[in-house]
Design a protein around this ligand. Structure first.
Ligand code: GDP
Length: 367
């Protein structure tokens, strides 16, 4: 762009310009720091110190913007996000981190609404985050499609963050972990991470929470419907939801059956016998019991030292997961690999090149 003319007169004005025509160049005043030719089109993020102070002061607007920054994929934002997280890190780690999973329709949203409401009544501050990597698979977010937890969202003690838009499982997971830290720094003492039970998500969420809760429903005839063996092994607490009306006997039966199954499985958390409770998220029955069980769990793991051990392990594993992700990206984006990849794939598919040799050659290509 050309530099502005030295005077405050535009380069050209109509000779007969009347008073209604701008004949002077006005300095931009709409945005702080804006100079002519450099007028920001969008609100630039506040500086890191302002964001950090806002999060610590529990300012909802700045908290939202801090999370948006952390969730951003833009490299410039990522660098700022890391500065922000460094400032917030000393204020993190004090919340209880609870993962909640269940098949679509199990009543997770309804349950979290009732559970969150109960916790707020007890004086807790609750943040609800969603991990919904399935959105990248199905092209639409299951969790974000509906108006969720409206009532809880209206409470000042609660904060509900919808799922970040589509991305890789690793990416979404990484951001969720960072968003947990930001929420902790903002003084939320209970962080609920919700995910849809579609198989792969549970392991990711399990690796970032203290307690993993499975919301299930009693199925007609098949009580274990929708609950995969792998998920049974991950759960610290099972809640058979919709225990109301005619459904009550089926829920009690499902509860007994699940208890029997759990009897033969090693508990997900050593020293904690995994309870199976029933609840009606709709009517609120059983919800205080769930809250009391969560309290008991947290006391148990804090007392036994398992909590501290689990968190240290999770943090180190998180670092290794990021390294693995970074190496993978670096490998596939390297020009040497990109130059050879297609031909090597063809050679392997045609049986002209042994697979092990092919993989080694590509790995060696990156130096
Ligand atoms: P999500 O997909 O797991 O988040 O499930 P939702 O919370 O959206 O609930 C799915 C359906 O089950 C909705 O129609 C709810 O009203 C209903 N529902 C949720 N909890 C209960 C409950 O405790 N009892 C009954 N009868 N219905 C429930």
């Amino acid at each position: 762009m050309n530099p502005p003319p030295p005077s405050d007169r535009p380069e050209w004005v109509p000779p007969d310009a009347g008073p209604g025509f701008t004949t002077r160049i006005m300095p931009a005043t709409s945005a702080p720091g804006a100079t002519p030719g450099n007028v920001p089109r969008r609100r630039s993020p506040p500086d890191v110190d302002t964001l950090a102070a806002g999060v610590l002061a529990r300012d909802p607007a700045l908290l939202g913007r801090a999370i948006t920054l952390v969730e951003s994929n833009a490299p410039a934002h990522q660098a700022l996000a890391q500065q922000l997280l460094s400032k917030l890190l000393p204020h993190t780690g004090k919340a209880r981190r609870i993962g909640i999973t269940g098949i679509p329709g199990a009543g997770k949203s309804t349950f979290i609404e009732a559970f969150g409401d109960h916790l707020c009544e007890q004086g807790h501050r609750v943040a609800v985050l969603a991990v919904d990597p399935s959105s990248s698979v199905h092209g639409g977010s299951i969790l974000a499609d509906k108006v969720r937890m409206e009532k809880l969202g209206r409470r000042t003690e609660a904060f509900i963050r919808p799922s970040p838009s589509a991305g890789s499982l690793g990416g979404v997971t990484r951001k969720s972990r960072e968003v947990i830290l930001v929420c902790e720094a903002a003084g939320y003492d209970t962080i609920i991470v919700e995910t849809v039970g579609v198989g792969q998500n549970e392991v990711a969420v399990r690796s970032m929470v203290d307690l993993f809760m499975v919301v299930m429903i009693a199925g007609a005839g098949d009580e274990m419907q929708g609950i995969k063996k792998g998920v049974v092994e991950l759960g610290d607490l099972f809640v058979v939801n919709k225990a109301d009306g005619d459904n009550l006997p089926r829920c009690t039966a499902a509860q007994s059956e699940l208890k029997r199954v759990l009897h033969y499985i090693q508990p997900a958390t050593p020293g904690w016998e995994t309870p199976v409770l029933t609840a009606s998220a709709r009517e609120g029955t059983g919800v205080p019991d769930v809250a009391a069980t969560v309290d008991a769990f947290m006391r148990n793991v804090a007392g036994s030292g398992i909590l501290a051990k689990r968190r240290r392990k999770q943090t180190v594993e998180w670092m290794h997961a990021l390294i693995a992700e970074g190496l993978r990206t670096r490998f596939y984006e390297s020009p040497e690999v990109q130059a050879k990849l297609e031909a090597t794939e063809r050679a392997v598919a045609d049986g002209r090149l042994p697979v092990v040799a092919a993989a080694q050659a590509l790995l060696d290509a990156t130096g």
